[in-house]
Design a protein around this ligand. Structure first.
Ligand code: AHR
Length: 623
């Protein structure tokens, strides 16, 4: 086989700066119990609903009914989340009804265990109240409470805690245990109330509350944008459970939290609108704000009543971009970010094009936002690849979940785009191989996605943004398979789909070169020229997918080079393949299917290379 690469400026063009990004959805406990580093699950006792008494899951009681009685009441000092925990201790340290060793109380196992690490410091914040003097042990322990990793006591006279009082404690762990819990225990008789109990590690990504090793895996993708917070999570099964940004900003203690009824779990909304914007900034990625347009999976607001949603949208933009003395800009400033966030992309809904009120609602959002923020790029849910949109838009969403052969054949999906110079650009905001071909993240899925992405790269005059979905899964709550990054409380790994994306980290903003191959049925290729700003080195990267069962001997010939100096030293070859097509990574074998880099010993403008069966190869030539 042959691959011709034309490096002459006449046939090259710039790839949009925004091409490769990520899509973060609160699905699979990706945020709550995921990248958001809060260790306590249901920290405000709110997940059982806004009436009391209610379930306090996953909290549990330490001690039996003869020693301690625990239930929720509507007695919190926080107006938006009135549920608090009342704990009546019946036993005491001495006398006939003495408490069991270690005392009685409550514990929280976090999200399938808290990962507590030796010598790391954890900040405990809680609110408490009592009419008696209190002596409460605050401890991080093993899952059965037998091993204490860190402990401290809250000792206060009745007069000090007769009103709701905020307590802050720093705990340094003396041992590591990935399956720990938080305990609040006492052996002093009396009634104590607790609310808004939080445990956060001090060590978070850029100090902003995110789990560092998970965010670093995202940062390694060099995403140019981050679409958030969903997906279906934005819509809700019912509008009453949809994501409403105003309830997710301001002091964390005052956020009511909500039950995401599509993926069926509670979130305290510690990871709220502000934190998403902060994460985008910390990643150097542009935020793409997906907004509920008055439509959920099962109910819709008629277009004549949608203005309150439009108003909320305008206010959300003011929150992100407004002056610190504007109404909503001041809320942002009070949260520690007086400078505006760089919000330029606004998606009206998610997968709602086919719904009765979508067009009507969309147009109301579009005109109101463009009137006030003419530069805002508006994304429609309607697929403009098949036929021209019947409404104005800067981008249209394109989603695809399908089998491997089908996605492989969609490499050419955008080749026939009608108008390449005008009209909305495509935002492939969700794509993945799913079903039997994918399992929990197979090499086969990754290879088909690699071919599809190469197709998008080659069509990046009409496709300006692309992101895989979903990004994260907590292995304890798989709501969707496959996903790019798998984690639990202490471990994480990338699926082949994650590693495929790593091949495209230099593509956004690079120069696309023209490529032709004589074996289009199983070979898909693209080539870019890019400059490493850290050392000013210039590279040519040629990416080739061999989707066939046979080894392919290929001649690569590069013409039109401006700088005719391909250097041997510094040129490399990176290959992603494995023994079996359905091979996956796992906690046991996290690196079974990962790219392998080696020196490219015959790097030149004319070279013979070997493409392994079922492989994705990148040839990186130093110029
Ligand atoms: O990525 C998972 C889901 O797939 C998203 O929530 C939704 O947009 C799509 O249907």
């Amino acid at each position: 086989a042959t691959l011709n690469v034309d490096a002459s400026p006449a046939t090259s063009r710039l790839i949009p700066d925004t091409l490769f990004g990520v899509f973060f959805e609160e699905i699979n406990h990706a945020g709550s119990g995921g990248i958001w580093a809060e260790l306590v699950s249901n920290r405000g006792f709110e997940s059982g609903g806004s009436t009391a008494p209610s379930s306090i899951e996953p909290w549990s009681t330490i001690g039996d009914e003869s020693t301690v009685i625990v239930y929720t009441e509507l007695s919190s000092c926080f107006e938006q989340n009135k549920v608090a925990l009342r704990m009546e201790v019946l036993c005491e340290s001495t006398g006939a009804n003495f408490c069991p060793t270690g005392g009685v109380g409550i514990y929280n196992p976090g999200f399938w265990g808290m990962n507590i690490e030796k010598q790391k410091t954890y900040k405990v914040v809680l609110y408490t109240r009592s009419l008696d003097s209190i002596n409460v042990s605050v401890s991080l322990t093993s899952s059965n409470g037998q091993q204490t990793l860190a402990t401290s006591n809250i000792v206060a006279a009745a007069s000090e805690v007769s009103k709701w009082t905020k307590v802050e404690i720093l705990l340094e762990a003396k041992e590591t245990n990935p399956n720990s819990r938080l305990q609040l225990t006492t052996n002093r008789k009396g009634v104590i109330w607790f609310d808004q109990v939080s445990v956060m590690p001090l060590d978070t990504y850029k100090g902003h509350g995110f789990r560092p090793e998970l965010v670093e895996m995202v940062a390694d993708l060099k995403p140019r944008f981050i679409r958030f917070p969903g997906g279906c999570f934005v819509e809700g099964e019912w509008l009453r459970n949809a994501f409403r940004w105003k309830e997710t900003v301001g002091p964390w203690e005052e956020r009511p939290g909500h039950f995401g009824d599509v993926w069926n779990y509670w979130t305290d909304d510690g990871l709220g609108y502000f934190e998403f914007l902060q994460l985008a900034e910390d990643l150097g990625a542009l935020p793409v704000w997906v907004f509920n347009n008055g439509i959920s999976h099962n109910d819709e607001v008629d277009s004549s009543y949608v203005l309150p949603f439009v108003q909320e949208a305008l206010e959300s933009i003011e929150f992100a971009r407004g002056d610190p003395d504007s109404k909503w800009g001041s809320v942002r400033a009070a949260m520690g970010h007086p400078e505006p966030f760089d919000l330029r992309y606004f998606a009206v809904g998610n997968e709602d094009c086919w719904k009765k009120n979508y067009r009507g609602n969309y147009l109301k959002f579009y005109s109101a936002i463009k009137r006030q923020y003419p530069d805002m790029q508006i994304i429609s849910n309607c697929d403009g690849s098949a036929k021209a949109l019947d409404h104005p838009a800067d981008f249209y969403d394109f989603h695809v979940y399908t089998g491997a052969s089908n996605l492989f054949s969609m490499t050419h999906k955008f080749d026939g785009t009608r108008s390449r110079t005008s009209g909305p650009k495509a935002f492939v905001s969700e794509y993945a191989v799913t079903g039997n071909d994918a399992g929990r993240g197979s090499l086969l899925a990754g290879l088909a996605e690699a071919a599809f992405l190469i197709g998008l790269e080659n069509n990046s005059d009409v496709v300006h943004m692309v992101s895989y979905a979903p990004l994260f899964v907590n292995d304890n709550d798989r709501r969707w398979n496959p996903d790019a990054i798998v984690f639990n409380a202490s471990q994480s790994y990338g699926t082949p789909s994650y590693w495929v994306q790593r091949f495209f980290t230099e593509s956004s903003g690079a120069t696309l070169l023209n490529t032709t191959t004589d074996n289009p049925s199983s070979i898909v290729a693209s080539a870019i020229a890019w400059k490493d700003s850290e050392n000013n080195n210039e590279y040519l990267r040629i990416k080739v997918v061999n989707f066939g069962v046979d080894t392919v001997n290929m001649t690569i010939s590069i013409n039109g080079l401006q700088k005719n100096t391909i250097k041997l030293f510094g040129s490399t070859k990176t290959v992603l393949t494995s023994t079996n097509l359905m091979d996956e990574n796992s906690f046991r074998e996290p690196k079974k299917v990962v790219p392998n880099q080696s020196l490219l010993e015959n790097a030149a403008d004319y070279m013979n290379v070997v493409l392994l069966p079922h492989s994705f190869t990148s040839f990186d030539l130093l110029m």
